[in-house]
Ligand binder design. Sequence first.
Ligand code: CDP
Ligand code: MG
Length: 739
Amino acid sequence: GFNMRYKEDKLEKSEQELWEESQTAKASHNSKKKNDGNEYELVFEDVIEFVNTEKKKAKNKKGEEIEGSGETQELLKEDKTMSEYDKIQISRKNLPVYAYREEFLSALKDHQVLILVGETGSGKTTQIPQYLHESGYTSYGKVACTQPRRVAAMSVAARVSVEMGVELGKEVGYSIRFEDCTCEGTKVQYMTDGMLLRSFLTEPDLKSFSALIIDEAHERTLHTDILFGLVKDIVRFRKDLKLIISSATLDAEKFSSYLDDAPIFMIPGRCHSVDILYTKQPEADYVDASVVTTLQIHVTQKIGSGDILIFLTGQEEIEQCAETLTARTKGLGSKIPELIICPIYANLPSDQQAKIFDKTPPNARKVVIATNIAETSLTIDGICYVIDSGFAKQTSYNPKTGMSSLVVTPISQAAANQRSGRAGRTAPGKCFRLFTAWSFKNELDENTVPEIQRTNMGNVVLQLKALGINDLLGFDFMDAPPAETLMRAFESLYALGALNDKGELTKLGRRMAEFPLEPMLSKTVIYSEKLNCTKEVLSMVSMLSIGASVFYVPKDKKVHAETARLNFARGGGGDQISLLRCYTRWEESEYSTQWCFENFVQVKSMRKARDIRDQLEGLCERVEIEPTSCGLDEFEPVLKCFTAGFFFNVAKLSRSGDYTTVKNRQTCYLHPSSVLAKDEVPAKWLAFFELSFTTKEFMRQCAPIKGEWMVELAPHYYSPDDIEEAKGKKVPKQRSRGR
Ligand code: CDP
Ligand code: MG
């Protein structure tokens, strides 16, 4: 078991001593036999560096600032007899932003556009919309507050509804893709930036809104960046509309100068110092290193000294980390205080998401294991220890090949500093970076590249075209995307038939823009009209859109679960048709939960698919697509529709047994989770849903297709030669000689 010697008597020692000693603990913990020689070094170097010095430096930068009174309020005290609601009202008044409430509101009276800067946790997201509501802005329109992430939009809306003492979905609501939790009477609406972008399609002047808050602007997501251009334009002709750009970082001058020198309103934070510790050596396995570090903090640092926040890159890592922590703490039993393990990532069911905000009981410690959602979008009170893997998942796009994939990427120095700052919100804290100080200085970029410069813009270009914005090269971008990326987007929309050769939106393109889906998926849906299989295609597309795993594999029933999953593959058609069968059978069971249990299918994922499907069905009605059906046995039309949308993603079996994409000759591999991975005779042609790069380029969700479909379904993109050539190098040569 874990070596307990360090728990009580070492609290007085220096950090470095503790880490060196805990290494011994680690060694004995890692191997039952000692001197196994296999343990790696996990030592933190106490480098004299405080996030705060960096922040202070930045803060002294000048700008046209409206400085508040600056007097920190005497903190209000709670008393035991108070109701929950009163306590919440007090905690609202204790947030840094509260001291600036009046000044902010009066600045907003004088200026149509304001840039709001305040550290994460100062209360921008939860309080500002309420201030606007309380001071009358919602009497003539809604207040919108955008969030780059769905989880943040939902959880913040939930929090604010509690603060306002109203039911979520009434005065306060949220809208995210495929989920609208608002009503007629909604006054304060949290929404993803993507949803506000879509609102322009139905209401180009946004006249139902009186104020827009573009929140977390520093994140510079693609949708936020596009919104900047649109709102900049709209405030020129809607003088009654207030616009607030809110950011957690101090480089707000850029926003200000972009928005015709809008004034910057600063809310000074109340941050404490954070000690930064680095590992002495690079860590090969940061998930394991984070587990070890967590346990070391938990046993060496006093209970009550603060909770732990771990940054990892995604659901799989987070689940693995949580599992390992559970197993190891279970092994230690009552020898250590309770460790409450709270994962948080985008696809976590919302009831579990709420758990991260629960107050930690006195004799326990909480560890939150998060993606970079907790970097700035969500603030969890009481965190004093941050463990930073130094990585995040990022989309990476290659405009040359037109392929994008999700890649685990080192974060920037700015992001690392944001992360460490999370430890110093309520008291001095510590940040354990699972990388070396050298690496921080030499290997990490200074700032994160805005998403617009590293992503596929097909969807956004389609939406802007649908808004009537034709000259995209002349669009007022804060940072323009590479010209190549824009050209790629035009080309791909042209190949899909959404744009004509003059770059104008076609009728098909207009219909595609109605769907809140990537163009390739909306093309798939619309093509089903031709092949009379709309019902099946909608089920398949909904299952592909849930973004969470459908199948569920309990540890002790791996074989059963695998058999159940492969059952859906019986009859052929690959992953897409398996998903379709799964959905159809669930539908036939009348959406039974029992059926889900029996078939090792996640009921929550299925319900989400059903929601998505309902909405897509409604949209089909709007663009007048009949709900035709081809039945389950006759699935070829369904795969043809998929190919009509995903013909960019077609790969051919190569002699080595791997696959090569047809157009740009990229080698890729069947993901082991694909039902096709079990086939003895590999499919010759595959159309895949997405590429994901882990150890290599994997194709996820793959369908076996026929080579000749490509020319039939994508005549703008493939010529018969493409297919011939891909069949093998020699054939076309001989042929041309013969001619
Ligand atoms: O937007 P900003 O980072 O400035 O702060 P905020 O998100 O408005 O957070 C203000 C406070 O609300 C923090 O103390 C959070 O812990 C709390 N909060 C919460 O308790 N539950 C949520 N779902 C969101 C925020
Ligand atoms: Mg915020």
